[in-house]
Design a protein around this ligand. Structure first.
Ligand SMILES: Nc1ncnc2c1ncn2[C@@H]1O[C@H](COP(=O)(O)OP(=O)(O)OP(=O)(O)O)[C@@H](O)[C@H]1O
Length: 233
């Protein structure tokens, strides 16, 4: 479970996020939508422990900046944070050591790399990989530690259609195994079949929380445009 209570973040004089609360529950895919500048990335970076903020953020009850929270938490940033002069395999090795994973990590990462079609690139330097490949690597590495809560910031941008399908089925598998999946995205059409709970942000505030059941087959995109007055999705 990811729980955000009364989060406020100001950058100098700009209130990027203004007293928002939200929850990403276990076994659900929760999405965060909003036009450019709404405050999505600021929210995600606050949850990931990268920013100072006011309010309370917990991951499975642990304050988000604690080691206990970090151990059970996966974060896929909008721009992958990787080492250019390490290979994908060396990244996995580094994570396995840092998290003290069992020896089966090699089998596990092989399966994930194969699934995302980056196994054949496992010994290349990251700086030699394409943007989409680094995005897929970033996702694969976040899954290696079997996190209970996973935070994806714009995960579908830059991926080809096959990779998008793989990532969507990964979301569904994480959900089926009781993980909390929280996804910030612009791409409503693509995510439309898989989400369970949506938060719509605008100008730093959450202006709507809706579950798929509440929408009763209604159109989330239409709702988004009505609420954000035609801002671009
Ligand atoms: N480091 C920063 N310093 C100052 N202002 C910032 C900083 N980062 C973001 N902002 C401002 O905070 C507000 C929210 O930005 P944020 O990046 O969280 O929005 P977003 O919803 O992720 O937008 P986008 O969809 O364009 O990525 C914007 O007004 C932005 O200009």
């Amino acid at each position: 479970m990811i729980s955000v209570k009364n989060l406020t973040k100001e950058y100098k004089k700009i209130k990027a996020v203004d007293n928002i609360s939200l929850t990403a529950k276990p076994g659900e895919i929760t999405i965060l939508l909003g036009p450019n500048g709404a405050g999505k990335s600021t929210t995600i970076k606050s949850i990931a422990g990268l920013l100072k903020f006011e309010g309370e953020i917990t991951i499975c009850e642990f304050p988000n900046k604690t080691i206990d929270a970090k151990r059970i938490f996966g974060y896929i940033p909008e721009t992958p944070a990787l080492y250019e002069l390490l290979t994908p395999w060396e990244h996995a090795e580094f994570i396995a050591k840092a998290y003290k994973l069992n020896n089966d990590w090699k089998d596990k990462i092989k399966v994930i790399f194969e699934r995302l079609e980056i196994y054949d690139k496992k010994d290349k330097y990251v700086r030699e990989l394409s943007k989409g490949m680094t995005q897929k690597l970033s996702i694969a590495l976040a899954l290696l530690t079997d996190p209970k809560a996973v935070l994806f910031d714009e995960p579908l941008v830059g991926l080809d259609p096959k990779a998008i399908n793989e990532v969507l089925s990964i979301f569904e598998e994480l959900k089926a195994s009781g993980k909390s999946v929280f996804v910030s995205t612009h791409i409503i059409d693509t995510i439309n079949d898989v989400w369970d709970r949506a938060y719509i942000m605008n100008k730093g505030k959450i202006i709507c929380e809706v579950t798929k059941d509440q929408l009763e087959g209604g159109d989330l995109k239409k709702m988004f445009f009505e609420l954000t007055e035609g801002a671009e999705a």
